[in-house]
Design a binder for this molecule. Structure first.
Ligand code: GDP
Length: 433
């Protein structure tokens, strides 16, 4: 998907604009531990065009100066985005910070659009002409607060998408290797691709092709998403946790399956949970790879013990298979592509309605549908409406009665009867008409 980044000095209204743009989509956020809510990365659409949007100002840099912050914002936008929106404030004159940001953005070899916010009334819309001096072309007046001008801005944004950014390749399984810094992501990718293969990050104007690396294994075509990002080191913004989460999200948007890498030598940390939470929310296929398995002292139960900890800490990822690997010795690394393929297939399978209804019948024989507030849930039939991830609509007398625990029961029934290893399953209760 094309990526759009919003940059601008503090308080010009970046997050208001961001929220306006993603408003169309109802975010389904689950109330579970490990799922972080503050958003600075989301999916949006305009006139049938899907894209991802980043609010670079939503990322906080501890102990950094304004200068460092705007520099980091601009760097992120330049590296990640296909289209950059620089936002200014019509109620102020052109500020020196605006000028500095504009100068940083001159280096981008991608389209930069200039939007001027708080252009709420005709008089303020006249003030926008000052912003021509930034040298970024025609200023587009918008009002995040009133929602005006957003459509015109998005028309321009969509017009500037690169020709091939919206295409996906048929017959290629794409996956990303995600996790907090130093767990061994690049080491794993290097092993996967073969030690000799040098992955070079394209320094100027990183293109999609340069950051996603294709390879073939056992006749299956794969694409490792964001390999360049895995290699890149040392930029100021890389230190921030939010950035690494955002980076992982950006990679996940382009992936069918994610391999979440944990570090056996350090155990599970808070940051692992954030990355995992996002991956789960994104509805991706998941594999958990415990790397550096060469390091800990082990006995016969070490694997089981570690697995138990993972299952407890990441209870919502109960569908993800766990594999113990070592990028250093190569142990089990060759299992990964095969696992990715299996998860991909599970995630794309479609179950016939007749088979589903047999299962539903059997399930209600096992466990009668619960009574809620004196009313009994009645479940009539179920049908798969989507793959990738598998999504099932369950028709019943009253969706309110179908609590999470009953949905969970149905999901378990599906898992027991079909191989859905590695893929989340969604249940959508609907009232039968
Ligand atoms: P990334 O930040 O997640 O990409 O992590 P790197 O691949 O850069 O690895 C971080 C450090 O862990 C490096 O010093 C690697 O050499 C080391 N490392 C990676 N995988 C393994 C492993 O399987 N075993 C051991 N012992 N060290 C590893």
């Amino acid at each position: 998907l094309p990526i759009v980044a919003i940059v601008g000095q503090p308080n010009v209204g970046k997050s208001t604009l961001f929220n306006r743009i993603i408003n169309e989509r109802v975010a389904i956020v689950e109330d579970r531990p490990g799922v972080t809510r503050d958003r600075n990365y989301a999916r949006a659409s305009w006139m049938g065009h899907q894209f991802s949007i980043i609010d670079t100002g939503g990322i906080t840099w501890e102990d950094s100066t304004i200068d460092e912050e705007i520099r980091a914002q601009a760097e992120i936008a330049i590296e990640e985005a296909d289209v950059i929106v620089m936002l200014c404030d019509a109620s102020q004159q052109v500020t020196s910070l605006d000028e500095r940001i504009a100068r940083l953005l001159y280096r981008a070899d991608k389209p930069v659009l200039l939007a001027v916010n708080k252009a709420d009334n005709p008089e303020q819309r006249n003030d926008i002409y000052d912003f021509y001096s930034l040298g970024l072309g025609d200023p587009i007046p918008v009002s995040g607060a009133h929602g005006t001008g957003i459509g015109d801005l998005l028309d321009e944004v969509v017009k500037n998408f690169p020709a091939d950014a919206e295409k996906t390749e048929e017959g290629v399984i794409s996956f990303s290797v995600i996790g907090r810094p130093n767990v061994g992501k690049s080491s794993i990718v290097n092993r996967l691709l073969g030690e000799d293969r040098v992955i070079v990050a394209n320094e100027e104007g990183t293109t999609r092709d340069a950051i996603d690396t294709p390879f073939v294994k056992d006749g299956v075509k794969y694409r490792v998403v964001d390999t360049a990002g895995i290699r890149r080191r040392g930029k100021v913004y890389e230190k921030t946790e939010k950035y690494s989460v955002m980076r992982a999200m950006s990679a996940m948007e382009r992936s069918d399956v994610a391999i979440l890498v944990l570090d056996a030598s350090t155990g599970i940390r808070e940051q692992d949970k954030h990355v995992a939470g996002y991956a789960h929310e994104a509805g991706l296929g998941m594999i958990i790879a415990v790397n550096k398995w060469d390091l800990p002292k082990k006995d016969s139960s070490s694997g089981k013990d570690f697995e138990a900890v993972i299952r407890e800490e990441f209870s919502y990822l109960d569908y993800a298979p766990i594999v113990f690997v070592s990028a250093k010795t190569g142990k089990n690394i060759d299992q990964l592509p095969k696992m990715v393929k299996e998860v991909y297939e599970n995630k794309n399978q479609r179950i016939q309605s007749s088979v589903l209804n047999d299962l539903l019948l059997e399930a209600s024989r096992l466990v009668p549908a619960p009574m809620v507030k004196g009313k009994r849930l009645r479940v009539y039939y179920m049908t798969q409406v989507k793959t990738n991830p598998p999504t099932f609509v369950v028709f019943c007398n009253d969706p309110e009665l179908m609590h999470f625990s009953y949905q969970r029961f149905l999901i378990n029934q599906l898992r027991e009867n079909f191989d859905f290893t590695g893929t989340p399953i969604k249940i959508l209760p609907r009232k039968r008409k």
